[in-house]
Design a protein around this ligand. Structure first.
Ligand code: ADP
Ligand code: MG
Length: 281
């Protein structure tokens, strides 16, 4: 049974167990939660690692190279660059066969760092690869249309760091920084980051840019955070609704000027909304 607040060591143990049992596994959790960090710690015989599966041909060539490194791709004594050159114009199908023919069923585990850029053809590739390979990979969420490729995958949710783990990470990142009120700063970072390690690292880095990490600097940083942007977006959307309503009202009372003005207003707001969306990171 998985305890909801199981720490990272426990998660790693679960993944390692799946790896040795050759169970396809999918780590699920938001960006920055530490999926890649966990996958990077996996190490065993017959483990191949690639970053992603797209573009597909590139990914297949990377897998082939990994297989070649571990002596599984024929001819073993030829440079991989030469093999690659010779097969460079071959189809995706040919490369897929080459990779699949190099191994026996469940001989190797393929670790794919991130599948967030999933496409239908990547989905089909997963189906083919999983005939021979055990696949361990990570995603922030599975879209309904791609569920079918993962039906036999064991799913492991990666939750935020536990408070002691988060405090540890804050302490590590803050080493050497002069912090006026450590307890207040720590509490603040715990709240702001919600236990997301990438958020913790970024907030501490941001704070370290201040000439001095004073209480007010800590408070300031929270005001320039992402939350502001969301609030502003809400304000623009509300304004937009009001203007659109005004437009109907003006038409209702037969005011042509009001109608046109409200129309212009809503166009401007739609524009603002568009650019806010575009420039959100
Ligand atoms: N348990 C952890 N302890 C310390 N740092 C971590 C931990 N997990 C993740 N990180 C760091 O947080 C950042 C984001 O982690 P990453 O594994 O890339 O997240 P994801 O792959 O889920 O988007 C990286 O800089 C990583 O080194
Ligand atoms: Mg990642």
């Amino acid at each position: 049974m998985i305890h909801p607040s199981a720490d990272r060591k426990e998660k790693l143990r679960l993944i390692e167990e799946n790896l040795s049992k050759r169970i396809d596994t999918l780590l699920i959790g938001p960006v920055g939660i530490g999926k890649s960090h966990l996958l990077a710690q996996l190490d065993a015989d017959h483990v191949l690692k690639v970053k992603t599966l797209s573009p597909i041909k590139e990914a297949l060539i990377n897998i082939a190279e990994e297989l070649h490194k571990s002596g599984k791709l024929y001819p073993h004594n030829e440079d991989f660059e030469k093999i690659k050159k010779r097969h460079t114009r071959e189809t995706i199908q040919a490369w897929t066969d080459m990779v699949l023919d190099a191994v026996t069923k469940n001989e190797c585990v393929l670790i794919v760092d991130d599948l967030s850029d999933m496409t239908p053809s990547v989905g089909r590739l997963i189906d083919k690869l999983s005939h021979k390979f055990t696949i361990i990979t990570a995603l922030h969420e599975i879209k309904k249309t791609y569920e079918k490729h993962f039906w036999k995958f064991d799913r492991i949710e990666i939750e935020p760091l536990s408070t002691p783990e988060a405090k540890n990470l804050i302490r590590q990142c803050a080493t050497g920084a002069k912090i006026e009120d450590y307890h207040m700063t720590e509490t603040h970072i715990l709240q702001q980051s919600a236990g997301n390690p990438r958020a913790i690292i970024e907030i501490v880095e941001r704070l370290r840019k201040e000439p001095a990490v004073t209480r007010s600097a800590v408070r300031q940083v929270s005001h320039t955070g992402a939350r502001n942007q969301i609030d502003l977006t809400a304000v623009v959307v509300l304004l937009l609704l009001t203007v659109v309503a005004a437009r109907f009202f003006m038409r209702g009372i037969g005011s042509m000027e009001g109608y046109v003005l409200a129309g212009i207003g809503s166009a401007i707001l739609v524009g603002i909304r568009f650019f806010m969306y575009r420039f959100k990171r």
